[in-house]
Design a protein around this ligand. Structure first.
Ligand code: SP5
Ligand code: ZN
Length: 375
């Protein structure tokens, strides 16, 4: 006898993979100081526990490995993918742990415009230099298991997008997160852009226009850059104002609206530090209106919850009710939706905050016709 699922998240399927726990950043080097990492494996348990208690169905990603690499090749450069795959082994081969006591891949020199002065960067012979060609900060370390976890994370996003296209409400418990990863560079605790993978799945399944709406506290500079010149994927984000001193510092300003064919397909709504529910929800409603006006047929939500009051990584002050409100506003779009985990670092509240967004969404979604009817 089939029993009906019960609980506020009964209509939700959460896509998760044990390999997403295998990335152990070990540390973040911030202003030259080795600090404990914030993007830790325990985030997965913290979230899974609460969404399962809410009645969500658990699924593992069902994506052929070659299909996944094919999808990733549409989002990222072969050079970046090759580096991410081989970096931990190259570091190990280089003997850095024994020589200098560093067991993670950490860049130290960056071929920025300030260095190159117009010359094209060349591949660097030294692994510790080559790292700076791809990683744009010192906080996003690579170790054994990082590549496998990043692949698994992208697979959860791809699977969630496919499930969304079959009418399910789908949430990818993606870790490591993705929205700071660009076509050929990574940083901000992100390696592969999971939300971009989800949007690509929806586009290739035949949806003409897709919206990515990003509620993480930080601007998703990677996602913006990937789609900046395109008029088939809208990127909209509400985030703490980079102009007030917050990561990613150099991108995420209101005047970044897309270029070329992509003009009008990018929208940033920066908020002052200290902003709370009202400002965030007004901004989010604006993004939803734009996505709707542009004719979006599918939705990917970059679901970070680090805008919460009490999160150690952002000065925004969104409440639990605010997060539930976000879920309801997003559901009003009435689109096939895959929600993809991004940031959120306060382990005690993380799962509950995510569940608020998902629960808010689920209460506004049409009743799930796919569930078995009661006898
Ligand atoms: C996905 C995501 O939310 N990435 C956020 C990356 C922003 N990190 C900025 C880190 C600023 C310094 N944090 C100090 C704490 C040191 N552990
Ligand atoms: Zn964030």
């Amino acid at each position: 006898m089939t029993s009906m699922p019960d609980g506020p998240l009964a209509s939700l399927v959460v896509v998760t993979d044990p390999a997403t726990r295998d990335h152990r950043p070990g540390a973040e080097i911030w202003v030259g100081v080795r600090t404990p990492g914030t993007e830790v494996p325990a985030r997965v348990e913290a979230i899974l526990e609460v969404v399962v208690a809410g009645g969500a169905q658990v699924a593992t990603p069902d994506v052929d490995p070659l299909d996944l690499l094919d999808l990733l090749a549409r989002v990222h450069s072969p050079e970046l993918l090759g580096w991410l795959k081989s970096a931990a082994r190259r570091w190990d081969d280089g003997g850095y742990d024994a020589a200098v006591g560093q067991d993670r891949v950490v860049p130290y020199v960056f071929p920025t415009a300030a260095m190159l002065q117009g010359l094209a960067p060349r591949p660097a012979a030294a692994t510790h230099a080559e790292a700076g060609r791809f990683c744009y900060d010192t906080m996003t370390l690579i170790g054994p298991g990082t590549w496998e976890a990043a692949l698994a994370s992208a697979a959860t996003a791809a699977s969630a997008a496919r499930l969304a296209l079959t009418g399910r409400l789908a949430y990818a418990l993606a870790r490591p997160p993705g929205h700071h990863a660009a076509r050929d560079g990574f940083g901000g605790s992100c390696y592969l852009n999971n939300a971009a993978v989800a949007a690509t799945v929806m586009r290739e399944a035949g949806l003409g226009r897709v919206a990515i709406i990003d509620i993480d506290a930080h601007h998703g500079n990677g996602t913006q850059a990937i789609f900046y010149h395109r008029s088939d994927v809208f990127y909209g984000s509400v985030h703490v104002d980079p102009g007030r001193g917050w990561f990613p510092h150099f991108m995420g300003f209101a005047d970044e609206t897309g270029e070329g064919a992509g003009r009008g397909w990018n929208r940033n709504i920066p908020l002052a530090p200290g902003s709370g529910d009202d400002a965030f929800l007004v901004g989010l409603a604006q993004l939803c209106n734009e996505a709707s006006a542009l004719g979006a047929e599918g939705l990917v939500v970059s679901l970070g919850v680090d805008a919460a009051e009490g999160d150690p990584e952002s000065p925004l002050r969104v409440s639990r009710e605010g997060f539930a409100g976000m879920g309801r506003v997003l559901a009003e779009l009435g689109l096939p939706t895959a929600l993809v985990q991004e940031g959120g670092y306060h382990l005690d509240t993380l799962g509950h905050l995510v569940a608020e967004v998902l629960g808010g969404f689920a209460t506004r979604m049409p009743p799930p016709a796919y569930l078995p009817s009661p006898p």
